[in-house]
Design a protein around this ligand. Structure first.
Ligand code: LLP
Length: 422
């Protein structure tokens, strides 16, 4: 459920007509709904009751300061994967003890920053990382809290580019070697092992892969405890999928996911962390774009819009589907016809949808790409020297630009001309 609905024939973001935002900020732009973000965060938070738990928003899905602050005020922690994300989380007011640091390639500089600014735990993904973190912590005279990410060798049955839990993926330590690696970690004085971390992939539309992975985590917890390790915290990753089409998909609900966690791991008495990104931010955002031209081609027509693959890369990168709807609601009974929806970038890959049934549209009409709040703005670029598009946050009947569109001059002034060219 989200808060982008038609009212009296016009698409609204909560209580704000989308065309009013477009008139004020120009297209294309991203628009997020506070009520949807809040609702989705709370669904997870409630789903884990009565466990001792922390919902850490995977801010790689949307790292705008206003989004982070909205969630932080609800009590969210953050899952960060870079020094930049750590700095953003801190800047949004998230206390260090609510930040977990994931990722396979943490550098010593990133470790130092997190250890001095405060960190709940590092999710350590390899033995070399473990050794480096130990050395960095010792050099600073501190002890680094860690969970070790294990790779459970489970097929998440999702797009290959976003599956992470199979043994051939680069993530985590093979579960078969976990005992040995925990023994080594326990011997390192700069580390304090607090628990186990697992994340098997993103956009999972079934619970079974989670169940397989979490059962393995439960067994491992007991095996490690038997070896004398104090496993008190389980980080279960993110990955719960969202419906990208409003018609047929029905991924599991956060409450069902929460029940699964309680059923598979509840008896262990651990503190539980989860790292959802997409399910919190995905359907909390749309990308609004204008039709530039309707072009009639040989045997197929093209709707050329002012948003492009640099603004929303998911369709060209993962063949992802985003529902695309007109901002002015078509009258009941309006005939639809198939059309290719494309951006202006000079690549055929700049295609959002092929032969999508759409009502008749004309130059200047607005369309909204739904489910664009996660992995939209954060993955955008200035390819073709197209400025990063603005982001707008709505709350009730208010809206605010939370990232302005840079001017061409601002964009150009980030480059430097070396002395020899002056
Ligand atoms: N935790 C870890 C360690 C992760 O690697 C990820 C996502 C998450 C949590 C959050 O997963 P979520 O709940 O959002 O599914 N750009 C791709 C998705 C990449 C996901 C990467 N890791 C896309 O647009 O589909």
């Amino acid at each position: 459920m989200d808060h982008f609905l038609y009212r009296d024939g016009a698409l609204f973001a909560e209580d704000v007509p989308v065309n009013e935002i477009a008139a004020s900020v120009g297209t294309p732009f991203y628009c997020y709904s506070t009520a949807t973000l809040t609702r989705h965060f709370r669904l997870f938070d409630e789903a884990l009751e009565p466990l001792d738990h922390l919902v850490c928003f995977a801010m790689k899905s949307n790292s705008n300061q206003a989004i982070l602050k909205t969630l932080a005020e609800l009590g969210a922690g953050m899952d960060v994967v870079s020094g930049g994300e750590y700095a953003r989380a801190k800047a949004a007011g998230v206390p260090g003890d609510r930040i977990v640091f994931s990722g396979v390639g943490k550098t010593a500089t990133e470790m130092r920053a997190a250890l001095s600014g405060g960190i709940r735990q590092f999710n350590v993904e390899s033995e070399p990382e473990m050794e480096l973190l130990n050395a960095v912590a010792l050099s600073m005279g501190v002890v680094a809290p860690v969970a070790i990410r294990i790779n459970p060798d489970v097929d998440a049955r999702t797009h290959a580019k976003i599956a992470t839990g199979k043994s051939e993926n680069k993530f985590g330590i093979p579960i078969a070697r976990a005992k040995e690696v925990y023994a080594r970690a326990a011997a390192l004085p700069g580390l304090e092992v607090t628990g186990i971390d697992v994340h098997i992939g993103s956009q999972l539309t079934e619970l079974e892969p989670f169940e397989l992975a979490y059962k393995k985590v439960a067994e491992l917890t007991q095996a490690l405890r038997a070896d004398g390790h104090e496993i008190r915290r389980l980080d279960l990753g993110g990955g719960l999928g969202i419906p990208y089409t409003r018609s047929n998909e029905a991924p599991p609900l956060p409450s069902e996911y929460g029940d699964l966690i309680k059923r598979t791991l509840g008896h262990l008495g651990c503190e539980v962390e989860i790292e959802p990104g997409r399910l919190i931010s995905g359907n909390a955002g749309i990308m609004v774009s204008s039709v530039i031209y309707v072009k009639n081609g040989e045997g197929r027509d093209f709707l050329i819009v002012d948003g492009a693959m640099n603004d929303l890369v998911r369709p060209s990168m993962y063949d992802a589907h985003h529902d695309i709807i007109p901002v002015r609601e078509p009258a009941p009974g309006t005939e639809q016809a198939p059309i290719d929806i494309v951006g202006p970038v000079c690549e055929s890959g700049d295609t959002f949808a092929k032969q999508r049934d759409m009502p008749p549209l004309a130059s200047g009409d607005l369309v909204a790409f739904r489910s664009a709040g996660a992995y939209g703005a954060v993955m955008s670029s200035e390819y073709n020297s197209r400025p990063l598009i603005p982001e707008v946050l709505v709350k009730g009947d208010q809206f605010a630009v939370i990232r302005p569109r840079p001017t061409f001059d601002e964009m150009i002034s980030r480059d430097n001309i070396p002395e020899w060219l002056l």
